[in-house]
Design a protein around this ligand. Structure first.
Ligand code: NAD
Length: 331
């Protein structure tokens, strides 16, 4: 089995190279370039490609992969909103993902963002480095006995529920399905009720047609004044223009984003020497109560090692022609 890995960084190579020792029949080439319709042709001569969150696996990319003889797409992540699944199915390609590698990695980062914007840690870090030991503008509020609203209570959302519960917060939850493991620590309510009562709203549902721009002018209006919003799920859950309008209207005490709509050209790239034009990211960063990280929620030792293990396990599943719960299907 020959696999072409796209969009690889040093840490991908390290985590996969360690695990590959257990798969002597698997041959791998690591590419820096991401998978798009312009780079798909490089897969000629390989059996599988391995892609990541911001790969563009749209109709044309899948067509080219198919022409190049690719039979398997390995997503080394949970999300697959960047894949034309109907086209993948039409081409007879199998697609396997890593549905959960370390939900706690993302949930802990979500709480990290919430705490940072609440206690203005991103500001105090810089102030103290400049010998400014004053407390002006750093006042936050206790999470203890406040209300957390968790939207989406799958693996990551459930981990976030447990963390918020541990902080002594009352936890409200909204999901299309209730998670029985959360009985007694979270109370399921409608989205409207969650938004109107929560001091901290954290998004953990996937990006679908139903959740696209879930947070918009209308839903922002329903939130409590002085709310903290955290998004570690997918950027397009939040309509950025409306978020900026809400921030300007002083609706939010703080906003913590690990993902945002404009992230694709930025994610995992050093663009510090560039002048970014037409950037809403820059506008978001201009607000003192906004903290942005660059899709790093998953980035822990434990998660990277689990991603490598599951991805190579998916290769075995494919080679054995077995069914798998990690398979992504259209519809
Ligand atoms: P999951 O599938 O275990 O849970 C998703 C939950 O969302 C499910 O309970 C589902 O019922 C619910 N849901 C679906 N549609 C909904 C809707 N319309 N309204 C409310 N809830 C809805 O997934 P997970 O492993 O918990 O991951 C959640 C998301 O986190 C992923 O989709 C991915 O986008 C994101 N993620 C981000 C990072 C990161 O590094 N920032 C890493 C991994 C995953």
């Amino acid at each position: 089995m020959k696999i072409l890995f796209y969009d690889t960084k040093r840490y991908d190579k390290d985590s996969f190279t360690g695990e590959l020792a257990n798969y002597p029949d698997v041959e791998v080439k690591f590419l820096k370039a991401d998978l798009t319709k312009n780079t798909a042709e490089l897969s000629h001569g390989y059996d599988a490609v391995c892609a990541f969150v911001n790969s563009d696996i749209g109709t044309r990319t899948v067509e080219i992969l198919h022409q190049c003889g690719i039979r398997l797409i390995l997503m080394r992540c949970a999300g697959f909103n960047n894949v034309d699944l109907a086209m993948v199915e039409k081409c007879g390609i199998r697609i396997l993902r890593v549905p959960g590698y370390s939900p706690e990695a993302v949930a802990e980062h979500a709480m990290g963002l919430a705490l940072t914007v609440n206690r203005r840690l991103h500001k105090s870090y810089i102030k103290v480095r400049e010998n400014d030991f004053s407390l002006g503008s750093l006042m936050g509020f206790n999470f203890y006995e406040k209300t957390a609203g968790i939207v989406g209570t799958g693996k990551i959302g459930a981990a976030m529920v447990r963390i918020c519960h541990g902080f002594g917060m009352k936890v409200l939850a909204y999901d299309v399905y209730e998670n029985p493991s959360l009985t007694g620590i979270a109370q399921y309510v409608s989205l409207e009720e969650l938004l109107s009562q929560s001091d901290l709203v954290s998004l953990h549902c996937p990006l679908t047609d139903h959740t696209y721009h879930l947070i918009n002018r209308d839903t922002i209006r329903k939130m409590k004044d002085g709310v903290i919003l955290v998004n570690t799920s997918r950027g397009a859950l939040v309509k950025t223009e409306d978020l900026i309008e809400g921030i300007r209207a002083r609706k939010f005490f703080g906003v913590g984003l690990d993902v945002y709509e404009e992230e694709t050209p930025n994610v995992f790239e050093d663009r510090s020497d560039e002048i970014l034009e037409h950037s809403v990211t820059a506008r978001l960063l201009s607000f003192p109560n906004v903290m942005i990280t660059s899709h790093q929620g998953f980035f822990t030792r434990e998660a990277l090692s689990a991603i490598a293990q599951t991805t190579l396990g998916n290769v075995r599943t494919f080679e054995n022609g077995e069914e798998s719960p990690n398979e992504v299907k259209a519809g």
